[in-house]
Write a protein that binds this ligand. Structure first.
Ligand code: FAD
Ligand code: DLZ
Ligand code: SF4
Length: 515
């Protein structure tokens, strides 16, 4: 008879078919799950994110126990809790006297290093399993990357379509095109009825977690209540079903839209559930495809949704592991300013920034265009140090885990990797925000004005960014023309724009906000 083993399950590994739980002896092996202070505080995670992760972990422990597993669950409040993965795994090894630990490779380098340290310190056998909840393995991504001069998502995505057979008609994409993004940039009509994500009443267990988070992490960013995230697998399923039925049809058309007071639009708000393992990405995509097949959702929506998951989500993970630990320190544009305090308070006269930050505070959620073209764009134009921006995104969103957050922030949003991930910087003036949203209508700033005290800050900051970074940007064929446009401006116009940007930046640096 084989000897019992300790099977470690981390807070983002809440999947019954997890590789570490396979070929196990449920009657003798022990599953270790641990709430630890170190994970809760290595950045000041949003209170709702903490409550979500701890509640989902507790719910998963119950699910496992119900399926006959022995679960050693360490609560944060346990007086013996050492507060770290290292301490808790060591303590559990001692408690149970096991000689073998099985775990799935953690999703963050930081945590991988912890497991390696522990393995080197003890004489217990450590068996690491691949995280096969992703569609593309690390090895497969590396092989794809080796054959490519430019690592563009679009090419990778086509490989994933072929591999999964999603939306394929033989060797060709259904609809004759791989990508329907050009159909996906509609402004929202005022009379459109907007769906809302399904919201859930906290269970007794979740209510207890809310109390604990409130008492222990009261200095952390964000509002804890109302807390409505699904935390069990069955509620996650209900949330996914509601999205597929009610929001997916409009997902494509309005993917890039933003509207005052509407936090979710047609977005799924499923990323936290996918990232902790309560939903399976491939299964979700197959169900989206079935909506198209049944005639309930149009192709541009279904293709767009599937691309985000089998394309972007898998691609950013591949990039994270392909690049070394230095990736998160990248700073190709030499941006060095501090992150302004307004990112934590939401207090600013810029209506777009206020909306994105305030809803982030309330919900630990903002949709992609708010992250990329509002808060990300502003940080890029201001020249904020990418690492500070990275730590903010990692802390404030319920879906933030470094493997997915860092490439999106460092690469896509801040262009700090010099264009490895994005073919050009996502830099835009107020005109873009005005086109895709109704924020500018109620803003104190004038989106049409470029200079003057009440000119939209994005306008002068945009040109200041082009001027400041022109030697790097000139090398990018998609930016060279914009650099030339800057150089063709009259010296007076250049001076006025740069003066407006400089006084705005100085104010924000001094006061942490434009107010
Ligand atoms: P939907 O719009 O409904 O999209 C469906 C799903 O596609 C998402 O749930 C998500 O799993 C996936 N997806 C969409 N875009 C991306 C993308 N660019 N990268 C990876 N997956 C994607 N996503 C995270 O999951 N965690 C993060 O920490 C994170 N940080 C980001 C930071 C910045 C600066 C930017 C610009 C984007 C970031 N994203 C992150 C990507 C994206 O913004 C979120 O996945 C999305 O907003 C989640 O909301 P949703 O579930 O409603 O997405
Ligand atoms: C994000 C997070 C938090 C806040 N807390 C825990 C925890 O207490 N226990 C746990 O197992 N995981 C937690 N996580 C997720 C981890 O920080 C980490 O992101 C993943 O394990 C990926 O390596
Ligand atoms: Fe944002 Fe400028 Fe529009 Fe105000 S005017 S909402 S600052 S883009």
């Amino acid at each position: 008879m084989s000897r019992p083993v300790l099977r470690v399950v981390l807070g983002d590994q809440l999947t019954p078919s997890l590789a570490a739980l396979r070929n196990a002896d449920r009657a003798r092996d022990v599953v270790l799950m641990m709430e630890v202070a170190e994970e809760a505080t290595y950045v000041p995670h949003h209170k709702k994110k903490l409550a979500f992760i701890f509640s989902a972990m507790r719910a998963f422990a119950s699910e496992l126990r119900g399926a006959g597993w022995i679960v050693d669950y360490v609560r944060l409040s346990d007086p013996a809790n050492t507060g770290s993965f290292l301490g808790e795994i060591s303590r559990s090894i001692e408690r149970h006297g096991f000689r073998k630990v099985v775990y799935v490779e953690p999703g963050e380098r930081r945590v991988v290093a912890m497991f390696e340290t522990l393995r080197d310190r003890t004489d217990v056998e450590f068996e690491v399993c691949e995280d096969d909840r992703f569609i593309c393995s690390k090895v497969e991504f590396d092989q794809w990357a080796e054959t490519r001069k430019h690592l563009r998502m679009e090419h990778f995505y086509r490989e994933m379509r072929r591999k999964t057979r999603l939306l394929m008609d033989g060797d060709e994409p259904i609809g004759g095109r791989w990508n329907f993004d050009s159909d996906n940039r509609k402004r929202i009509r005022k009379d459109l009825l907007l769906p809302q994500p399904l919201q859930f009443e906290p269970s007794e267990e979740t209510a207890e977690v809310l109390k604990m988070v409130d008492a222990t992490f009261d200095t952390h960013f964000g509002e804890l209540k109302p807390f409505w995230f699904p935390v069990t697998r069955s509620d996650a399923e209900r949330a996914a079903e509601a999205f597929l039925r009610h929001s997916l049809p409009g997902f494509g058309d309005y993917q890039d839209a933003m509207i005052e007071g509407e936090k979710f639009l047609f977005h799924s708000v499923l990323s936290p559930l996918l990232n902790v393992g309560l939903l399976d990405p491939l299964d979700l995509c197959r169900r989206a495809q079935a909506e198209y097949a049944a005639g309930r959702a149009p192709l541009n929506s279904v293709e767009g949704f599937i691309r985000q998951i089998i394309g972007w989500r898998e691609y950013v993970r591949g990039i994270y592991w392909l690049k070394g630990p230095e990736y998160i320190e990248s700073n190709a544009l030499n941006a060095t300013r501090r992150l302004p305090e307004m990112y934590w308070t939401g207090e600013t006269d810029m209506a777009c920034m206020a909306a994105a930050i305030r809803q982030t505070k309330e919900e630990a959620y903002a949709h992609h265009i708010q992250r990329l073209m509002v808060t990300g764009n502003f940080a890029l134009l201001m020249g904020i140090a990418p690492h500070e921006v990275h730590e903010w995104y990692l802390a404030v969103y319920a879906d933030a885990f470094e493997w997915v957050e860092a490439p999106n922030t460092i690469g896509m949003s801040q262009y700090a990797d010099g264009g490895l991930l994005a073919s050009k910087p996502y830099a835009a003036s107020g005109a873009y925000i005005n086109r895709m949203s109704d924020y500018c209508k109620r803003c104190r700033y004038d989106v049409k004005a470029k200079t003057g005290e009440w000119a939209c800050p994005f306008n002068a900051l945009y040109w200041d960014f082009i001027a400041r970074c022109r030697s790097e940007l000139r090398r990018n064929p998609r930016m060279a023309q914009i650099v030339r446009a800057w150089e063709k401006m009259t010296p007076d116009d250049q001076l006025a724009l740069r003066a407006r940007a400089a006084s705005f930046i100085e104010h924000v640096e001094n006061f942490g906000t434009d107010l």
